[in-house]
Design a binder for this molecule. Structure first.
Ligand code: CDP
Length: 232
């Protein structure tokens, strides 16, 4: 049996390897991979570039709400990789900097920003066969997703992963700052009023602190087989 037309929701804390794992799953099952965090990062970059976040981090909410009416954010396939664009501009690299990371969680806590992103995500998932990663995919965006995974790992392991990732991209990260940013985002994401990061009751938990990708894949195949029968 092949994997049926389903939605796989992958939620969890920052730097748990959600996106690498979700990409791997999408490749394995020939599904579309969608990164919901990229859209929150895209809105944050847009707000920063348009002076909608003041030096004291206050967000110009009316300005942002108005600006979102005409903000285009979409994914394009570039050399086999899904990248975020606004109009004709590829912003994939800019949205991954520490500068964006440092302001994304307050932006993602704003109700109308979430409504803007949710609408896009539901459109992208209309035809099923998607793996979507984020914080609230299995709880709010697709509460009926057939398979829900909740990923976690120790904060030390997660900080090291994010540190390595930033270094590989040519940034010069500070380990203490990386860990502080992860902890702050975990806190804001789990405590915000709108769609907080919580584990869906029907989600399968994966702590991958010391797992290889091959082990993670074997684990998820087991989860899918438990629900739908033996895979080819
Ligand atoms: O890469 P990392 O896991 O650190 O974060 P991300 O998936 O790129 O998401 C960046 C931020 O967007 C998160 O810290 C959340 O504040 C927010 N986010 C969210 O609120 N809901 C989602 N579905 C995805 C991201």
């Amino acid at each position: 049996m092949l994997v049926p037309d389903i939605i796989i929701a992958v939620d969890g804390y920052s730097s748990t390897g959600k996106s690498s794992f979700a990409k791997l799953l999408a490749k394995e099952f020939s599904f579309l991979y969608l990164d919901s965090g990229a859209l929150y990062r895209g809105v944050t970059l847009f707000a920063q570039e348009n002076g909608l976040i003041a030096a004291d981090n206050a967000i110009d909410l009316p300005g942002l709400e108005k600006a979102l009416e005409s903000l285009d954010l979409h994914f394009e396939n570039v050399d086999g990789k899904s990248m975020l664009f606004t109009g004709g501009r590829n912003i994939e690299k800019e949205i991954r900097t520490m500068k964006v990371s440092s302001q994304v969680s307050p932006i993602a806590a704003v109700g109308f920003v979430r409504a803007f992103v949710d609408e896009k995500l539901r459109g992208f998932g209309r035809d099923k066969r998607v793996v979507m990663d984020g914080r609230d995919i299995g709880t709010t965006v697709f509460p009926d997703a057939e398979i829900k995974l909740f990923m976690t790992a120790s904060v030390e392991v997660r900080s090291q992963r994010r540190f390595d990732e930033l270094q590989a991209k040519g940034e010069n990260p500070d380990m203490a700052e990386v860990m502080k940013n992860l902890q702050e985002r975990d806190y804001i994401d789990s405590h915000r009023e709108v769609s907080p990061l919580v584990q869906a009751p029907d989600a399968f938990v994966l702590d991958n602190s010391s797992m290889t990708f091959a082990e993670e894949l074997a684990w998820v195949r087991g989860v899918i087989q438990g629900k739908f029968g033996i895979l080819e």
